[in-house]
Design a protein around this ligand. Sequence first.
Ligand code: ADP
Ligand code: MG
Length: 212
Amino acid sequence: MHHTAFSTLKLQPALLQNLASLSYKAMTPIQQQSLPAILQGQDVIAQGKTGSGKTAAFALGLLNKLDVRHFRIQSLVLCPTRELADQVAKEIRKLARTIHNIKVLTLCGGMPFGPQIGSLEHGAHIIVGTPGRIEEHLRKGTLQLDHLDTFVLDEADRMLDMGFQDALDAIINKIPNQRQTLLFSATYPDQIQAIASRIMQHPLMVQATTMD
Ligand code: ADP
Ligand code: MG
C-alpha cells in the first residue's frame, strides 16, 4: 500500500514540525483516508482495528483547529476506560508538544471529584474522559461545554458494550449542535449506526483493516 506524507496535509507548521521530530513520516491508511475530511471540518466515522493509528487521526484534527489563546474547552474526547483515556491524553500531549500552553485534562470515573473540580476551575482546552464522569460533571454544573467545537467518540463500540448509552445521550443533549463529530470504532454494529445517524451530519465513512 502506498503511504502519503503528513506534509501533504494542510496542517499547522508547528504540528508538521513535531510529526517530523516524532518520526511520524507517513500516514497510516486510516489517517490517509480520514484526515483530509477531518481537517475540512467534516463529520467522520472511522472503523479500524487496534493499532491502525486512530488516535492521531482525531488528535491532529482537533489540534489543528484549536485556538490556544482562547482558554476554554474546545474539544471533548470520550473513551470507554480510564486506561484508554490516559493513553489518548498522552498521545494528544505528544502531538501537541510544539503548541505552547496547551492544557489537556482527563476526567475519569474511579478518581476523586475534588481535584477534578479544582482542575476544571483552572480551565482547559481539551477534555479526555469517560462518559459516566463527564455526564456527572455536566449534571453538577462543574463542567460547561458551551464552546465545544469538536466531539470525539473513541472506541464507540466498547462504550456501548460497557453500558454508557444513557450517559452518552445525556452528554449529547448538553453540547452545542453546531460542532464536528468524529466517531472511531473497531466494529460497526447496528447500535453504533443508530447513534451515528442521530448525532452526525453527512459523515464520511472510512474503513481500514490493517496497519499497512
Ligand atoms: P488505534 O487507536 O487505532 O488502536 P493508536 O492510535 O493507539 O491506534 O496508534 C498505535 C500506535 O501507532 C501508537 O503508538 C502511535 O503513536 C503510533 N502511530 C500512529 N500513527 C502513526 C504514524 N503515522 N507513524 C508512526 N507511528 C504512528
Ligand atoms: Mg484507539
